[in-house]
Design a protein around this ligand. Structure first.
Ligand SMILES: [Fe+2]
Length: 294
């Protein structure tokens, strides 16, 4: 019997009594999706999943996204919609393993943003390794009325971090091939426009969107004015009272709402043994859950 319990902290829900290795009934999935959108963060512990089973669960949230399409993912062999997240130095450089060590919303630099990201933990280091998730609905609620009014109708310009982070650009350019330089130039020009605050598709609750990470400018606003506004929003959005730490054990599945939260991965050491290695599969999706379509 599926049971929903609030997580200890400002938001999020844990689901008890569900086994994701077996196909769920559409009504069960619908209940999970409703709980997910109401709580913006959902944790299910004690799972034992094959890649197929985890990919099937990830696809309940929306349209599976191929991590190879934006170049930073390393997908799991034979499973193009699953990203392999690991700090195992035999599989990934430390720079690449720590690619998400900054606040962001997944795929905010695309027109079709990440609507949900799920991870499944296979190996867990002895200390650290948690993901921090910040609820942008709570952050919006915490703004004063004058700021809420000011944000109405504002549109943010988002760019991929590797297009503006000087350090990342330099590292990438150092040994880039002509093809890679061309791709980098394309990325410099590419941007996406999204409202600074928007209502959530399922609940209608308003949330700040992607205000830390990819948001680089405000449409029609002078740069210095936008920089001041963004600095204020960024300080506000990641206050501890809006944040949850997602702690993983082997078998933990966690999902967060990409349109209603920001997240950051912790800095990881090189995972040279079982005490230092963290390995997860990740399934990101775009668009609405097919189980919530009316
Ligand atoms: Fe991410």
């Amino acid at each position: 019997m599926m049971e929903f319990r609030p997580l200890q902290g400002p938001f999020g829900v844990e689901v008890i009594g569900v086994d994701l290795s077996v196909p769920l009934l559409p009504e069960q999935i619908r209940r999970l999706m409703v709980a997910f959108h109401e709580n913006a963060l959902m944790v299910i512990r004690g799972q034992s999943l094959t890649p197929e089973q985890f990919a099937r669960y990830g696809a309940c949230f929306g349209k599976p996204h191929n991590p190879q399409s934006y170049g930073s993912g390393r997908h799991l062999d034979g499973h193009p919609t699953l990203d392999l997240l690991t700090n195992d130095p035999a599989l990934r450089s430390l720079l690449s393993a720590n690619n998400a060590d900054h606040w962001h919303a997944d795929l905010a630099f695309e027109d079709e943003v990440g609507s949900a990201t799920s991870v499944y933990c296979l190996e867990m280091m002895a200390q650290g390794g948690s993901t921090t998730v910040a609820d942008m609905r709570l952050a919006y609620d915490g703004l004063d009325e004058a700021m809420k009014k000011r944000l109405e109708n504002l549109v943010g310009i988002h760019r991929h971090r590797n297009a503006w982070d000087k350090r990342k650009v330099e590292l990438e350019m150092r040994d880039a091939t002509p093809e890679k330089l061309e791709a980098m130039r394309g990325r410099q020009e590419k941007h996406a426009r999204h409202p600074v605050a928007w209502p959530q598709p399922w609940t209608g609750r308003k949330a700040l969107y992607g205000v830390v990470g990819t948001l680089q400018a405000i449409e029609g606003m002078p740069d210095d004015e936008a920089a001041d506004l963004l600095a204020e929003l960024q300080e506000h959005a990641t206050r501890p009272e809006y944040c949850m730490s997602v702690d993983y054990e082997i078998g933990t599945v966690a999902s967060w709402d990409g349109r209603a939260t920001l997240h950051r991965a912790p800095p990881l050491p090189a995972g040279v043994d079982s005490a230092t290695r963290r390995t997860m599969w990740r399934a990101a999706v775009t668009g609405p859950s097919p189980y919530l379509a009316s």
